[in-house]
Design a protein around this ligand. Structure first.
Ligand SMILES: *Cc1c(COP(=O)(O)O)cnc(C)c1O
Length: 392
């Protein structure tokens, strides 16, 4: 437990970790085991009682059972995340961002419920909500990102609204949705639907959904948290520890916990996340400034280049820095975009984002190629659009 006066970036270095439990090593060991030896039959019985919902005593030393339920490397990184996430009371780690998103949706939603979600949405999330959940009679309504009136109308016409799923900023045009506004609208609904924010693009460093009243924040830790294009991971953080416990119980049933090696690696990366994200945001802001007004660029999508007054208001209310991701709409459409990709030196043409190296994609022909033309147009994915995730 961190002393209250410690800064988050200091507390995270030691959170959840006792060197005495790792033969004195200054950084955690990797506990590569599937099963744990019980200290006594009574301790085993007690560990199972707690796993089945009995509350542990404060400070109680509970035996570990089996790594699909939990393991030391997951617990260490979960406690680090609680230090880093403003407003977070608990965290859970998963083996991918999609594992985090699907596990939380399966925990919170039941047959007959409605999920309201913003568009554009990460393709995997949209597929899971609109196709997989639909097979369990969970309905869904997509609304345009950044449109408070559409959100309120969707809530009003959904008596069984259970969950509002918002990705902000949205990919690849960085359109923002008002988190506090969504929390207000959901709180006015008789069903009190949960507000869940996919905070992958700016959080947890430059955007704090839980501090703005959202119930859960979810992350693809594959991106900025991991930050080196060398691991897949997902994170859920919440204000209510009981809700996070329920999500962990679902994680046990689905088998979606992060493996010890990856949990260790993620834990080693979290203390430098703020340093990396600060540099990435500075670099991206500088490049955008340099490119402004360039005759080969029709439009730049980046928070500091917003022109819509409502988008500027949301940006100023809920984000601290513009971040490391921007998109360029090139004059000349797809041929211009392909020429651009072919001309790249140093940086890679690859999907994903948030890494120390710079990655560039052409969404219309790759990540967003499954969308019908109207959806592409609505998402702002033009033929000339290239997305750039700036490295350190
Ligand atoms: C990458 C991404 C995901 C999915 O995460 P994985 O780790 O690839 O499963 C979800 N949401 C957003 C915004 C992402 O960028």
């Amino acid at each position: 437990m961190a002393a209250p006066h410690q800064h988050r970036s200091t507390a995270v270095l030691r959170a959840g970790f006792d060197p005495q439990l790792s033969v004195g090593s200054a950084r955690p060991a990797v506990f590569k085991t599937s099963t744990y030896v019980f200290s006594s039959p009574e301790a085993a019985e007690r560990a199972f009682a707690i796993a089945h919902g009995a509350p542990p005593e404060p400070g109680e030393d509970v035996n570990l059972i089996y790594a699909r339920l939990s393991h030391p490397n997951a617990e260490i990184v979960e406690q680090q995340l609680v230090q880093i996430g403003e407003g977070a009371a608990a965290a859970a780690v998963f083996n991918t961002g999609m594992a985090a998103i699907s596990t939380l949706l399966l925990t919170c939603c039941a047959s007959g419920d409605t999920v309201i979600y913003t568009l554009p949405l990460y393709g995997g999330s949209e597929g899971f909500i609109a196709d997989t959940l639909a097979r369990f009679d969970i309905r869904s309504v997509g609304i345009p990102a950044g449109d408070q009136a559409a959100l309120e109308a969707a809530l009003q016409s959904s008596p069984r609204a259970r969950l509002v799923f918002i990705e902000t900023p949205a990919n690849p045009t960085l359109v923002m949705t008002d988190i506090a506004g969504a929390v207000r609208a959901a709180a006015a609904h008789p069903n009190r639907p949960l507000v869940v924010i996919d905070d992958t693009l700016l959080g947890p460093v430059y955007q704090h959904p839980l501090a703005l009243g959202a119930h859960l924040a979810v992350y693809s830790a594959t991106k900025y948290m991991g930050g080196h294009s060398d691991l897949l991971a997902g994170v859920v953080m919440g204000r209510d520890p009981d809700l996070v416990t329920r999500i962990r119980e679902q994680r046990t049933l689905l088998g979606t916990i992060l493996q010890p090696d990856e949990a260790w690696l993620l834990g080693e990366r979290i203390p430098t996340m703020q340093l990396r994200m600060r540099q990435q945001s500075k670099n991206a802001a500088k490049i955008v400034e340099h490119l402004r007004g360039h005759r080969a660029i029709a439009r730049i999508h980046y928070p500091s280049a917003f022109t819509d007054p409502e988008q500027i208001r949301i940006r100023d209310a809920q984000t601290q820095y513009p971040g490391g991701l921007f998109s360029l709409d090139l004059v000349g459409g797809k041929p211009a975009a392909f020429t651009f990709l072919r001309s790249l030196r140093v940086v890679y043409h690859a999907v994903s984002l948030g890494s120390v190296e710079t990655l560039v994609t052409h969404p219309a022909s790759t990540t967003h190629s499954g969308l019908p033309p109207e959806a592409l147009a609505r998402a702002g994915v033009t033929p000339g659009l290239v997305r750039i995730s700036v490295g350190v």
